[in-house]
Design a binder for this molecule. Structure first.
Ligand code: ADP
Ligand code: ZN
Ligand code: MG
Length: 497
């Protein structure tokens, strides 16, 4: 069915850069401390003070810009954006206007969201560096101000209006979040406001170009991005359906009522009276700076997912889960390569390690209250996991014992081989010992042996019964008997009686 309206979505995403200090002063940028403890004359906007640029913020900003395929200009500088708001004591914000540090890039959306399969390029208009404002806390009839956040390094990433659905916008946020976490420049915590988005959306009759845009401010979860945009596209559709006109305005998402609500009308763009910040010199990135930026560009998530999938023969979903964060993906690859060095087949080891990582290790970490991204804190090192994987792949221990070893090694950090020895989990290969087990099964399941013998003319039935008996033998030995030897002995006993 031809769509009645075309929709256009552009995002403005703000991310807190993980610089130790604020962007124009030496105050610590930290979240959740006692209010107004990280402030100084510069970030409090006292007259006559001088800001100085935190180069680390610039490096991190440029790293994101490059990861998004943006061009870094030869010169980049700052402007003052004038407006009054109580959370901004200077009455202007130092931002970038004419020379954003990253220009004209692109992010490839790729993935599923709900029932939508999404694959499209979203153009990045620009990335610019600025300072965050403080925080207003409204309680009862008073409003309190916390300036700890005032002056914290903020990178704003602005897209062109290339998205069409809430699902695409949500995927954009998720991919961007994963990317900046990979780069180690932002923790991506939306609840704490380290990553927040303003979403712009308009609809129009097909072929008529952009419509009147509505901006939804301060979305602090990717789900709200999706919900609010889809709600807004519907609301605007109803207005056009009835012959009305959409008002260009700023709206807010009311999460309790699942709807957007008008906040302020913005008929004309506000005049911020931008002018170049006189207290900060323009910055011309030199070769050494650009080199440092390129050095910070790790293999990015989308690329890594497809490589990992190929290289280790994993399913798409599995590769995506493994590579969702950098630390577990690093852990995984280190363990697999160490297991391969121990003689285990790479893909076979990878399959097991991937499973353990996504189930056993995930559980162990969850019980300790540790995030997957802090897998480095796990006592079980990748090399130790590799030892367990190699033992399991080469059938020196059963799958069950391998997982028990993993659990114990993760608790104690002890050598897995020692754990296997202590518990007597090495595979049983002594034919005499296995024969004991086979005989004990025979004394209990003699009837099944006889039935299997009688089923000689019915190979399928015979196979089922044989497998049952071998399973019993393995169970008797606590899973330790070499299944091949056990199988041979059971077979022999069936035929020869
Ligand atoms: P403003 O000057 O109002 O800040 P910008 O041109 O800077 O507008 O764009 C801000 C964001 O709004 C960008 O992400 C852009 O893609 C998006 N945008 C601009 N115009 C429209 C429109 N008509 N419909 C949807 N999104 C739009
Ligand atoms: Zn300060
Ligand atoms: Mg703008």
């Amino acid at each position: 069915m031809e769509k009645k309206y075309q929709s256009f979505i552009g995002l403005e995403v703000h991310i807190h850069l993980l610089t130790k200090t604020k962007v124009f002063c030496k105050c610590a940028s930290s979240f959740g401390d006692e209010p107004n403890t990280h402030v100084c004359p510069v970030c409090m906007g006292y007259p006559g003070v001088l800001p100085s640029l935190n180069i680390e913020a610039l490096r991190m900003g440029c790293t994101v810009a490059r990861a998004l395929g943006c061009r870094i200009p030869e010169r980049t500088w700052f402007e003052r954006k004038q407006y009054f708001y109580p959370d901004m004591p200077k009455n202007y914000q130092i931002s970038q206007f004419a020379s954003p540090l990253g220009q004209q890039g692109c992010l490839e959306l790729e993935g599923k969201n709900g029932n939508q399969i999404i694959k499209k390029s979203v153009r990045i208009k620009e990335c610019h560096l600025e300072e965050d404002a403080g925080k207003m806390i409204h309680t009862g009839t008073v409003s309190l101000l916390d300036y700890n956040r005032a002056g914290v390094s903020l990178l704003e990433i602005v897209t062109e209006p290339d998205m069409e659905t809430g699902e695409e916008a949500e995927l954009f946020i998720r991919q961007l979040r994963r990317m900046v976490r990979y780069l180690g420049v932002c923790d991506g915590n939306m609840e704490e406001g380290s990553l927040r988005a303003d979403a712009n959306v308009s609809i129009n009759f097909p072929g008529m170009g952009l419509g009147k845009k509505v901006e939804i401010k301060n979305l602090n979860s990717s789900r709200f991005v999706k919900l609010s945009l889809n709600h807004e596209i519907e609301r605007q559709g109803r207005i056009l359906d009835s012959g009305g006109e959409v008002v260009q305005e700023t709206r807010l998402w009311n999460e309790n009522r699942d709807q957007t609500e008008a906040m302020r009308q913005k008929e004309n763009a506000q005049d911020y009276r931008y002018f170049p910040e006189p207290d900060l010199p323009a910055f011309a990135p030199d070769a050494a700076f650009l080199e440092r930026v390129e050095q910070s560009l790790v293999e990015l998530p989308q690329k890594r997912i497809s490589r990992v999938r190929e290289e280790y023969g994993l399913s798409e979903d599995c590769a995506e889960l493994i590579c969702d964060e950098k630390a577990p993906a690093d852990y995984f690859e280190e363990a697999v390569s160490a297991a391969a060095a121990l003689g285990a087949g790479k893909k076979e080891a990878a399959g097991r390690i991937a499973n353990w990582l996504l189930s056993d290790i995930r559980h162990i970490l969850a019980k300790q209250g540790t995030a997957m991204s802090s897998i480095g804190a796990l006592k079980l090192r990748p090399k130790q996991l590799a030892v367990i994987a190699a033992l399991a792949v080469r059938e020196k221990i059963s799958g069950k014992n391998a997982r028990q070893t993993l659990e114990l090694a993760a608790q104690s950090g002890r050598d897995p081989e020692l754990i296997v020895k202590e518990n007597g989990w090495e595979q049983l290969t002594d034919p005499a010992k296995i024969a004991e087990a086979v005989n004990s099964v025979y004394s209990e399941e003699g009837a099944v042996f006889a039935e299997a013998r009688a089923a000689a003319a019915n190979p399928k039935r015979k196979r089922t019964l044989t497998a049952f008996l071998v399973g019993k033998v393995l169970a008797v030995t606590g899973g330790r008997a070499d299944p091949k030897i056990a199988g041979e002995q059971v077979e022999k006993l069936i035929t020869e009686g």
